[in-house]
Design a protein. Sequence first.
Length: 99
Amino acid sequence: MPRWTVLAIPVDGVAETDRQTRTVTEFEGNAEEAEAALLRTAHAYDHNLWTVRRREVFRCSSRSYFIRVRGRLATYGFLIQLAELIHDSDAKPAAQPFA
């Protein structure tokens, strides 16, 4: 089963000291489940704001959304993106072909 991660990438309004990409969640599932989890995240991510006064969700592709979150004092923009694990150096290799 594929492994996925949802990332929140600051784009606008975030202080220079807080511009790190955040891993919001990691899970296993098929592509449809992953895209549904991404959409749920886009509708819920709040960057630790106490009060969200408005949320705008823009679809960039089936695997990324731009969200604009307006709080009481500031407005923040994030790219919420879905990433699929395609390589893990710690994973055990699949059965080796016979030579």
